[in-house]
Design a protein around this ligand. Structure first.
Ligand code: MTE
Length: 384
């Protein structure tokens, strides 16, 4: 099969059958079931995304409508005895209480998190892929508060040979070769890349003005603006400064773009860091003479890059109607948009594409990959 594939369909049923046989994967609901504003793909380990009409109601996603992506149950963490360990290539290893972290200068940032597997259901519709069959809802935009990672690293004193910063969660993930924590790593340059408004990485204790809840990483998580969600480690317990990327499975093996899945290809590919330019149509409302369409668009995770333009086509790409952006448009954040399509122009299918401030346009097609990551071709839905 040619792997240059176009996303043709949306509103796909969850492909539970494609996932059968993965003994260590949590069992996937035949179709996601709804609890509150979220659709749960799995419940014993929470993996949930909001129903799409809820997703684009607010630029700041309320916590109860924010997707949850976990590889293990929420770990039990005693906040009084909790210590964040900082080790590796540092002059002074640290063991910090939540109070000590809270005494550091606090930042408040708005940043979008999105799972690398967002829109995986469109990959699955083409050819089976293991993993949570996310639709377009594995994304959310929130206010995060906490200390800057750069301040903690400066306290520890980073040695000259350091190049990467590893994060380790306190969760316990069952894999065939044993139990491991979730891990991530980011280049040291990103960790220290603070601009006036945006720290390179935040050690978040708060989300949307409340302490983090269990699903989103209480008491402490990293939030790495512009990077795929997998680099924002929940239930953070340890930071290691190193001269190389983390050997943790979720850096060394998972979260890479691999087509054939040969051992050679796995070892050749580097970890995914930045989130890609993306957009989706999330709601349609019929008016007497028009169809009101709404959705989100996300800039690539490159510093200083925001969404410039969102266009909707009612006729398979012949005509493009510019959407109105109804929210702030900033680096590392999605925008919400709406477009009125005259009824006389509306064909069977609608599609959307976004352009960012660097002039990059979302691709019309994307290559299928064996883990179902970074699906970001023009998003298509059937017209209501
Ligand atoms: N951190 C830990 N410790 N364990 C996890 O399973 N999942 C990661 C990341 N951090 C994960 C984690 C993934 S893949 C994503 S997309 C984001 O958390 C999701 O964050 P959220 O559940 O707060 O939306």
């Amino acid at each position: 099969m040619n792997n240059q594939l176009i996303a043709r369909r949306n509103f796909l049923s969850s492909s539970a059958s494609a996932l059968a046989g993965s003994a260590l994967l949590p069992s996937f609901a035949k179709s996601a079931h709804r609890k509150g504003k979220l659709l749960y793909h799995t419940t014993e380990i929470s993996n949930a995304e909001p129903v799409l009409s809820e997703l684009v109601r607010n630029w700041m996603t309320p916590t109860d409508a924010f997707y949850i992506r976990s590889h293990a149950p929420i770990p039990k963490i005693n906040h009084d005895s909790f210590r964040l360990k900082v080790e590796g290539l540092v002059e002074k290893p640290l063991s910090l209480t939540l109070k000590q972290l809270g005494d550091l200068p606090q930042s408040k940032i708005v940043a979008t998190l999105t799972c690398a597997g967002n829109r995986r259901s469109e990959h699955i519709a083409i050819k089976p892929v293991k993993g949570v069959p996310w639709k377009e809802g594995a994304i959310g935009n929130a206010e995060w508060s906490g200390a800057k990672l750069s301040d903690v690293l400066r306290m520890a004193g980073v040695k000259a040979e350091a190049k990467h910063v590893w994060f380790e969660g306190l969760d316990q993930i069952q894999r065939s070769n044993g139990v491991i924590p979730f891990g991530a790593s980011i280049p040291l340059k990103k960790a220290m890349f603070d601009s006036e408004k945006m720290p390179g990485t935040i050690l978040a204790t708060g989300m949307n003005g409340e302490p983090l809840n269990g699903d989103h990483g209480s008491p402490l998580r990293t939030v790495v603006p512009g990077y795929i969600g997998a680099r924002s480690v929940k239930w953070l317990g340890k930071i290691v400064v190193s001269d190389r990327p983390s050997p943790n499975h979720y850096v060394a093996t998972a979260y890479k773009i691999v087509e054939d899945g040969t051992p050679l290809e796995w070892s050749e590919q580097g970890p995914i860091y930045r989130m890609p330019l993306n957009s989706a149509i999330c709601s349609q409302v019929k008016r007497s003479k028009s169809l009101i369409v709404a959705g989100y668009a996300l800039p690539q995770g490159r510093p200083g890059t925001s969404i410039r333009k969102v266009e909707v086509s009612p006729d398979n790409g012949r005509k493009w109607i510019e959407a109105r952006i109804t929210s702030p448009s900033r680096e590392f954040c999605w925008v919400l948009w709406t477009a009125a399509i005259p009824s006389r122009n509306a064909g069977d299918e609608l599609m959307v594409r976004a352009t960012d401030s660097r002039g990059s346009i979302q691709p019309e097609q994307v290559n299928w990959n064996s883990k179902g990551y970074l699906f970001n071709s023009w998003h298509k839905v059937k017209t209501i």
